[in-house]
Design a protein around this ligand. Structure first.
Ligand code: HEC
Length: 146
């Protein structure tokens, strides 16, 4: 009797530990485009990446809406739904592509290129890690319009 009961308890303990492990591994929260991702891009990128901005003029990338973000640049999409590692958007945010396209760009870079820069100095030179992770998670979760 005792043996069976002990086994039973262990099984329960093990089962609940697994449930906890699952929660931490798989319980990453669903990232929202409209609440999480879009505000970051609007704050840090829209000044250049919307019609009239220098980033839009040069690349065609416009962060004003889900549709325009998914359309990408004039050379093609920047977001590959389901894979942040294959998404150019994440390469430029992680500063993993050519230094000339590290994003956000800042005024000194543009001055060298002889472009006018009207960007407020509040724009970070590099998004905080947590924000980059959030955008990556959104892409990995399918880059939905949620
Ligand atoms: C100060 C202006 C400025 C800001 C702010 C800025 N960009 Fe850019 N961005 C540019 C310019 C200019 C280009 C054109 C690339 C070049 O200079 O060769 C560009 C190009 C790009 C490209 C295309 C890269 C390619 O493959 O050619 C992406 C994607 C991009 N920006 C994303 C962003 C994102 C995301 C942000 C915000 C986190 C951002 N940019 C902020 C100016 C800016």
């Amino acid at each position: 009797m005792g043996k069976v009961a002990m086994f039973g308890n262990k099984a329960i303990v093990i089962a609940s530990l697994c449930a906890l492990a699952l929660l931490s591994a798989c319980g990453s929260k669903v990232v929202s485009f409209s609440k999480d991702v879009h505000p970051i891009l609007e704050h840090n990128c829209a000044v250049c990446h919307s019609p009239g901005g220098v980033g839009f003029k040069v690349s065609g990338f416009d962060v004003q809406s889900y549709a325009s973000i998914m359309r990408g640049t004039k050379f093609g999409p920047m977001v590959t739904p389901g894979s942040s590692d294959q998404s150019n958007l994440l390469w430029v945010l992680r500063h993993g592509a050519h230094p000339s396209i590290n994003m956000p760009k800042f005024c000194e870079q543009l001055a060298q290129a002889n472009n006018k820069c009207a960007v407020a100095s509040s724009v970070a030179r590099r998004l905080p890690r947590a924000q980059v992770k959030l955008i990556a998670a959104w892409v990995d979760q399918g880059a939905r319009d949620n």
